[in-house]
Design a protein around this ligand. Structure first.
Ligand code: GLN
Length: 227
């Protein structure tokens, strides 16, 4: 029996927007496919546990800096380099990069997992976010001051249909084991296809669709948005 080990990192710092709900969605959709799931919430002062999937959520500027500083002192970046998976949202996305400056223009060191840089934008980006991800549509809401530029060769998660995302054109980034987006929601509750993509990536399996209320609501939302 495969066990999916999920670690929700510092929800007291990166939990302002309810992104910890992404862990619940992964857990429930995995269980309904017959997989065992172990979800750990990592608090300040805890050792970083071994996990198949680390979840990073959104947060305010100060807690975001603290989370980055704390994680830089752990084996997080090495584990991700070795293939552990990560789903990161907003502040979580920003700290995965090389540097970020969201509060004033001071630059802070990120976790250097992906070659991206976040600078303070002229305006906050607040509102609905809608992103084309290949033949799927990702919906959510965004609330951030940062503008993120991808380094050469870094692949965006998708292209922005509505809202701002990284820079008005692209949202997030993805590698073989990392998914990052500016969309809150929690994003996996709003986008069941994205949850299944993450689960399939972590487990290396193909998944049959599920007929849950979340899947039906997603289809209805897509019709309403006409995207
Ligand atoms: N503090 C960051 C910013 O404003 C991230 C905000 C968030 O996670 N929603 O850019």
């Amino acid at each position: 029996m495969l066990i999916v080990k999920i670690a929700v990192l510092f929800p007291e710092l990166l939990g302002t927007y309810g992104d910890g709900g992404n862990g619940l969605v992964i857990a429930e959709r995995s269980r309904r496919r017959g997989y065992d799931v172990d979800v750990t919430s990592v608090a300040l002062g805890d050792d970083l546990p071994d996990a198949d999937l680390y979840l990073l959520g959104g947060g305010e500027d100060g807690p975001q800096r603290l989370a980055s500083d704390l994680l830089r002192r752990t084996s997080f970046a090495r584990r991700v380099g070795d293939g552990a998976h990560v789903l990161a949202v907003c502040a979580g996305l920003q700290i995965l990069g090389t540097t970020f400056s969201v509060e004033g223009d001071d630059e802070y060191e990120g976790l250097n997992v992906v070659d991206v840089v976040t600078r303070r934008g002229e305006h906050r980006s607040v509102g609905e976010l809608c992103v084309r991800v290949e033949d799927e549509t990702l919906v959510g809401f965004e609330n951030h001051g940062g503008v993120t530029r991808l380094g050469d060769g870094v692949t965006a998660l998708g292209t922005v249909l509505r809202g701002r995302g990284n820079d008005g054109a692209l949202d997030g980034f993805t590698t073989s084991n990392v998914w990052a987006t500016y969309a809150h929601g929690p994003v996996l509750a709003l986008n069941p296809w994205f949850a299944d993509r993450v689960i399939a990536g972590v487990l290396g399996v193909e998944l049959e669709p599920l007929a849950t209320a979340a899947d039906r609501l997603y289809d209805e939302r897509r019709l309403t948005l006409r995207v």
